[in-house]
Design a protein around this ligand. Structure first.
Ligand SMILES: *[C@@H]1O[C@H](CO)[C@@H](O)[C@H](O)[C@H]1NC(C)=O
Ligand SMILES: *[C@@H]1O[C@H](CO)[C@@H](O)[C@H](O)[C@H]1NC(C)=O
Ligand SMILES: *[C@@H]1O[C@H](CO)[C@@H](O)[C@H](O)[C@H]1NC(C)=O
Ligand SMILES: *[C@@H]1O[C@H](CO)[C@@H](O)[C@H](O)[C@H]1NC(C)=O
Ligand SMILES: *[C@@H]1O[C@H](CO)[C@@H](O)[C@H](O)[C@H]1NC(C)=O
Ligand SMILES: *[C@@H]1O[C@H](CO)[C@@H](O)[C@H](O)[C@H]1NC(C)=O
Length: 647
């Protein structure tokens, strides 16, 4: 009781002192200021380079280290075809933790720009940019510089407000130039912050802020304005949004030092006591919540006998700290490592590039669902780790690498029986995803590198189900890169229209690739796309000529023709004419089953003509440019001569 009274007395005196000196308390609430003030993406290229994304990931990781150490950092990588220049910076008033949070937020949002070679994002607490040229000394940019005014004009705004705010902005600008590129100012209800990027010289900073100053004033008399420039950021607001770290260390004028010292020391003492108490209470609350969460977790785990939750440290150790020699592959969403658990089990650990912290619940739910799905042709998801510094997924380990290795790198020459077995197994796996289990799952990214082979060369489909966790544009990340373009159904590519039939299309491409032993590269103009080659041979009734020469003719011609025909059926331009996966499985299993005559796949000028008579290919696409380029390429490929499959 006694203690409590004391605490209240101290609180009261504390508050009185605060009021008396008109200061805000020194214990500022944490605010990483991750409001998105602006996101600017460059033009998307028609042909993104498939090695771009792994390099991009590397850049973001290196920047992360620099930001952790210094609050900002720049980083550059060069490859034969392109360079990535990058810069990240937190505003100087952000605390270390807020800075890391802000950077993490910008890092998860900036990939919206991919595969464009340039993008920049302005959050209210930090800035992140990557580009294909050295922009470190860039001050202003006539094209991309922006201004973000809040349209709410305060009711009864003072006539003086505009004048006062303009004066403050002027003072702010001057102070920032003088003070190594950072300043905050607050006076009479108007607050401002100016920040130049650290790579800029003092002159550069002055030039950039001069423009920002001019531009942001155009927002007046709005209550808030932000100027977003290549070299700097300037914001004013009627709300105090920044944290003034020097505020409490500098003491107040007009009060003698001793009085101040006592005034501070006394309440601080009690404040410490109080925080001890509230800290203890918070700890108890946290423990209770944690227990609840654990309970909830246990409930969700009980779906499944195996414990889905892996400790980050366990997986780190299992992969020898993500040693490069353990790396099995690199995809759009992350890299995969081989891991040996202490119980002797071998697993594959996927390190996700995207931080999942924002949607942990959904993510976890999803993992619960997917891990319950079992089929002989699907790679089993064993669990995940989401509480560590990055999100990890744990899969069963499949020893023989991917089908991609067999097709592209000829790591092993598969005979016809093996190929047929792979086609049937893959079809069954996809059919199961589409309807065989309680949830309907569209894979979205069926391709040879996602078909893994076990010791007996049975196929296992990897990477299904999680696509739903990522926002639609994020999944384009993994599907939007060059290697995968060849598998994308035209209606998905053009309109983003996603149904099971998109998987059917990708499956069809896969079938043709496997039978012909060649990748369907839409961009190989000289040899023409695989689809086109097979279609032309089909039209002249010489389908078996398309078969991989490495089989040396050792295959039953009727079966090969059937399979190729099924491949063509699956890749038809018309969505409704493509068979369902269930029908595909039936056709493959039953040799007496009649196979309909396929219609033309979407290439040559059909993409253009289909457009005029079928609304599903209209050009109101999100990336008309890409598609136009694609179309041009398809038509130019048309003039090339027919080549046999094995080239
Ligand atoms: C992508 O870049 C790599 C290396 O920089 C190069 O070898 C490859 O040919 C490029 N691929 C495409 C499709 O441009
Ligand atoms: C950067 O990319 C753009 C396309 O977005 C291109 O026009 C420009 O030439 C590239 N610059 C360099 C230096 O590669
Ligand atoms: C304007 O500010 C108000 C309050 O600060 C906020 O709720 C609103 O979203 C802002 N509007 C815009 C367009 O930024
Ligand atoms: C700007 O600075 C001048 C001189 O330092 C000061 O007199 C004036 O009040 C300041 N204006 C604002 C709006 O802070
Ligand atoms: C920040 O704190 C210092 C020291 O108390 C003070 O002089 C300055 O006016 C404050 N700045 C702002 C913008 O509030
Ligand atoms: C960082 O920026 C400076 C310019 O301020 C530049 O000289 C330097 O090369 C950059 N470093 C990297 C790693 O890009």
């Amino acid at each position: 009781m006694n203690l409590r009274i004391k605490i209240f007395t101290s609180l009261a005196s504390w508050i009185i002192i605060l009021i008396a000196f008109g200061q805000t308390p020194p214990f500022c609430l944490s605010d990483p200021r991750i409001f998105e003030a602006g996101l600017f993406c460059g033009k998307r290229p028609p042909v993104p380079n498939s090695s771009y994304i792994p390099l991009f990931v590397q850049v973001m990781q290196s920047l992360s280290q620099r930001v952790t150490a210094d609050h900002w950092g720049n980083y550059t990588v060069h490859s034969a075809d392109f360079s990535i220049y990058s810069l990240a910076q937190c505003h100087s008033d952000l605390s270390h933790d807020d800075c890391l949070q802000c950077y993490a937020a910008s890092r998860t949002r900036l990939p919206h720009c991919l595969p464009s070679p340039s993008g920049r994002i302005f959050l209210d607490g930090c800035f992140l940019r990557y580009d294909n040229y050295s922009f470190f000394d860039e001050r202003t940019d006539p094209v991309w510089d922006g201004v973000n005014c809040n349209s709410t004009v305060g009711v009864g705004v003072d006539v003086e407000f505009g004048k006062h705010a303009a004066g403050l902005i002027d003072n702010l600008t001057a102070a920032a130039v003088a003070n190594r590129g950072h300043a905050v100012e607050g006076r009479k209800g108007v607050f401002g912050l100016a920040e130049c990027w650290k790579t800029l010289s003092r002159d550069g900073c002055r030039e950039c802020l001069a423009k920002a100053n001019r531009v942001v004033k155009s927002c007046l008399p709005s209550r808030e304005g932000r100027s977003l420039n290549a070299g700097c950021y300037l914001r004013y607001s009627t709300i105090k949004f920044y944290s003034n770290q020097s505020e409490d260390s500098n003491s107040k004028s007009g009060v003698s030092r001793t009085v101040t010292a006592i005034a501070i020391a006394l309440p601080v003492l009690f404040f410490l006591l109080l925080s001890l108490f509230s800290g203890y209470a918070a700890y108890r609350r946290w423990r209770k919540r944690k227990q609840e969460r654990d309970k909830l977790g246990r409930i969700s785990y009980s779906y499944n006998k195996s414990n889905l939750n892996f400790r980050y440290e366990t997986l780190e150790k299992a992969t020898n700290y993500f040693d490069n020699s353990r790396k099995l592959g690199q995809g759009g969403a992350g890299s995969v490592y081989k891991g040996n658990l202490s119980n002797g089990k071998t697993v594959a650990v996927k390190r996700l590039f995207f931080s999942t912290t924002q949607w942990v619940d959904e993510f976890f739910n999803e993992i619960n669902l997917i891990s319950g799905i079992e089929h002989k042709n699907l790679v089993k998801l064993l669990g995940c780790s989401i509480e560590g510094p990055e999100s990890l997924l744990v899969y069963e380990f499949v020893p023989n690498k991917s089908l991609e290795e067999c097709i592209r790198n000829k790591a092993k020459i598969l005979n016809w029986k093996e190929r047929f077995n792979i086609i049937v197994g893959t079809a069954e796996g996809i059919a199961f995803l589409h309807g065989g289990c309680t949830f309907r799952i569209i894979h979205r990214d069926i391709k040879s590198s996602n078909i893994l082979l076990d010791e007996n060369y049975n196929p296992k489909i990897a990477d299904f189900g999680l696509a739903r966790c990522f926002a639609p544009d994020k999944t384009h990340l993994s599907t939007g890169i060059a290697g995968t373009l060849g598998y994308m159904a035209p209606e998905y590519l053009v309109k983003g229209q996603l149904t099971e039939k998109a998987d059917v299309y990708s499956f069809g491409v896969l079938v043709l690739e496997l039978v012909c032993g060649r990748k369907n590269n839409a961009f190989e103009e000289d040899s023409g796309s695989l689809l086109k080659t097979v279609w032309k041979l089909y039209k002249i009734n010489r389908l078996t000529e398309a078969v991989d020469h490495l089989l040396k003719g050792d295959f039953p011609a009727w079966e090969v023709s059937r399979v190729l025909k099924i491949g063509l059926l699956c890749t038809q331009a018309s969505v409704s004419q493509r068979p369902s996966m269930e029908e595909v499985v039936r056709m493959l299993a039953n040799e007496n089953c009649e196979i309909p005559e396929p219609t033309q796949p979407p290439f040559l000028n059909s993409m253009v003509s289909a457009e005029s008579d079928r609304s599903s290919y209209s050009t109101n696409s999100s990336s008309p440019n890409t598609v136009k380029k694609l179309r041009d390429r398809y038509s130019s490929a048309e003039s090339s001569s027919i080549q046999s499959c094995d080239l």
